[in-house]
Design a protein around this ligand. Structure first.
Ligand code: AMP
Ligand code: MG
Length: 349
């Protein structure tokens, strides 16, 4: 299959291209499109055959449910069996935006879309191209990240083409995404709402709107018997091809340790990549040093994270050393993704 890539300018949206893509969705096909978090791979959420195509194109395990993207608040009632007050409050504050809410699902929502679960994940994305596609199609669009399963999520259309080129008919190219890490997932089916995946919208921001919220025990447990509730969080995920190790500790010690380990590996002719920051990158000695962003600008770190992991793949580095970040606010989401990319290998210095 030939994959067409259509550049879409968010300020002057080409509605002919959007309609062509919307038509594919209506007919049960796949379209990759930009959202404010990462690129998504979309299909009609209420059509089980269409949802199955998403799993096939990504190589995604069939028990890993999809997030359903909607274009207006009223659409929640097509998916959710009951709609708690808290959901309305959250949507007034954060939608359209990077917050996914889990509800008990209605009978009509296919199990193929929810990975066999009795609950459904819903979000209204803030990207204009995504909203035009959803509204133009008249469908609810199931869309996981548009990467091949296990690879870092795509933040550019070229990442999607790399992973899914030849497998899907159309990619809508809206340029680099704004946020760069996936949405926060909040489970409202529990008495006390639970964050199943940290993201741009932090625990504190949610608590300001609805009161007490818990973090899923499986996210923070060092005990590997406690599994995360979101099926997708249990897979080794977001992973670069090289082995990755995070180095934690006081900044000077981290720099010295990474430089020493790099030197050792270079003696064995290993290709080593180093993830530093704008503040520290010049302090490293190695062949492949990339800055992930500025320490005093967390948003820049989130935006560049996946792109850097993919760049190291292209360079063919065999080992990646990375600095760590304070796990507060959005830093929680950043560290969650880095830890998963590193398969939880952390060296304390
Ligand atoms: P992705 O869209 O690729 O970021 O993946 C969607 C994430 O949402 C995965 O981690 C899923 O496991 C999670 N998810 C989707 N639906 C549900 C649900 N009903 N209950 C729990 N987690 C969900
Ligand atoms: Mg994903």
């Amino acid at each position: 299959m030939e994959t067409k890539i259509y550049k879409i300018d968010s300020h002057h949206i080409d509605m002919v291209k959007i309609q062509e893509a919307a038509d594919i969705i209506r007919k049960g096909g796949l379209v990759a499109f930009p959202t404010e978090t990462v690129y998504g791979l979309g299909a009609d959420a209420m059509n089980p055959q269409a949802s199955k195509k998403i799993y096939a194109a990504k190589g995604r395990p069939s028990d890993n449910p999809l997030i359903v993207h909607i274009g207006k608040w009223e659409d929640v009632s097509l998916l959710a069996k009951d709609i708690p007050q808290k959901a309305k409050k959250l949507s007034d504050k954060f939608w359209p935006g990077p917050l996914t809410i889990i509800f008990h699902k209605k009978e009509e929502v296919p199990k193929e879309t929810t990975g066999g679960l009795e609950s459904v994940a819903v979000r209204m994305p803030a990207h204009k191209v995504a909203l035009e596609l959803i509204r133009g199609s008249g469908c609810l669009i199931a869309a996981p990240s548009a990467n091949a399963s296990g690879r870092p999520s795509p933040t550019l259309a070229s990442h999607v083409a790399e992973d899914l080129g030849g497998r899907i008919p159309v990619i809508l190219d809206g340029g680099e995404v704004g946020i760069g890490i996936e949405s926060t997932i909040l489970d409202l089916t529990e008495d006390v709402p639970v964050i199943l995946r940290p993201g741009y919208i932090t625990k504190e921001m949610i608590e300001d709107v609805i009161g007490e919220v818990k973090m899923d025990a499986g996210l923070i447990a060092s005990d590997s018997n406690i599994k995360p509730k979101a099926p997708g969080m249990k897979y080794r995920h977001y992973a670069p091809k090289g082995e990755m190790v995070l180095v934690e500790g006081e900044q000077e010690k981290v720099i010295a340790k990474i430089n020493a380990m790099t030197k050792e590996l270079q003696k064995e002719r290993k290709k080593v990549g180093i993830i530093g920051t704008d503040e520290t990158a010049s302090r490293y000695a190695g062949d492949y040093i990339l800055s992930i962003g500025a320490r005093d600008d967390e948003e820049s770190i989130a935006r560049h994270l996946y792109r850097i992991l993919r760049e190291f793949d292209e360079l063919g580095v065999e080992v990646i050393y990375s600095e760590c970040f304070p796990a507060q606010g959005m830093g929680q989401a950043i560290m969650n993704r880095l830890l998963k990319a590193a398969g939880h290998q952390v060296l304390e210095v």
